[in-house]
Design a binder for this molecule. Structure first.
Ligand SMILES: Nc1nc2c(ncn2[C@@H]2O[C@H](COP(=O)(O)OP(=O)(O)OP(=O)(O)O)[C@@H](O)[C@H]2O)c(=O)[nH]1
Ligand SMILES: [Zn+2]
Length: 211
């Protein structure tokens, strides 16, 4: 890879990325389009405050979609440990920032995730890292919820996975229907969480965090 195509530094085989370098070619191209967009909006891209805006927006967009360059399964695989623990592990109140694929406006909120180990546990930080890997793409909340569930289920092979996500969508708040307080809840379960009792225990553990 040359400097034009290598935009981020991949951390040693762990599938996630640290943004300390942008794809300069793409930044320049996206910035050119944003200069045009500013003009179309009736702005003057040559005024001082806007001079660097097209480039800033291009970098921000590249950051906000950097999940495409991650390998969520490898994030999990990089810290899986054999452990004889078979109770529910819950990581709750994970901040989520994503962008809806319809309007490219943010949606954000929290994810609550549980799994029941089946021989292996995973490094706790890797669960929020998987959330970010899928959230930092153009998404709908439903697909984001399912992708996180499927990645954990298929990679860690636990006895069950539960994902509950609550988000506010700015495309519903600052435009369109303009409902500032509505929150969307999505959920996805596998394995043991299909059972009412297990699911109820998970929901009880996250109740205080729910909207
Ligand atoms: N199911 C789902 N819908 C979403 C999500 N994010 C945004 N949307 C919706 O996507 C829909 C797109 O509908 P359209 O009618 O094509 O777009 P629009 O004319 O801008 O619609 P309004 O937002 O109602 O003004 C809207 O209803 C949005 O609320 C999401 O994560 N999940
Ligand atoms: Zn939207």
């Amino acid at each position: 890879m040359d400097n034009q195509t290598q935009k981020f530094t991949e951390e040693e085989n762990e599938g996630y990325i640290k943004i300390d370098r942008y794809n300069e070619g793409k930044i320049a191209s996206i910035a050119t389009h944003y200069k045009d967009i500013l003009e179309q909006l009736g702005e003057n891209p040559a005024r001082e405050g806007l001079l660097k805006t097209p480039e800033r927006v291009a970098k921000a967009l590249q950051y906000l979609t950097h999940g495409y360059d991650t390998k969520p399964e490898e994030i999990l695989r990089s810290a899986m440990f054999k452990e004889d623990y078979s109770q529910m592990v819950v990581v709750k109140d994970i901040e989520v920032f994503s962008m809806c694929e319809h309007h490219m406006l943010p949606f954000f909120g929290k994810a609550h995730i549980a799994y029941i180990p089946n021989g292996h546990i995973v490094g706790l930080s890797k669960i929020p890292r998987v959330v970010d890997a899928f959230a930092r793409r153009l998404q709908v909340q439903e697909r984001l919820t399912n992708e996180i569930r499927d990645c954990i289920q298929e990679t860690l092979n636990p006895a069950g996975v539960a994902v509950v996500m609550e988000c506010k969508h700015l495309c519903m708040a600052m435009r369109g229907i303009q409902k500032q307080n509505s929150v969307t809840t999505t959920s996805a379960f596998t394995g043991e969480f299909a059972k009412d009792k297990t699911r109820a225990e998970f929901l009880r553990l996250i109740t205080a965090s729910l909207h």
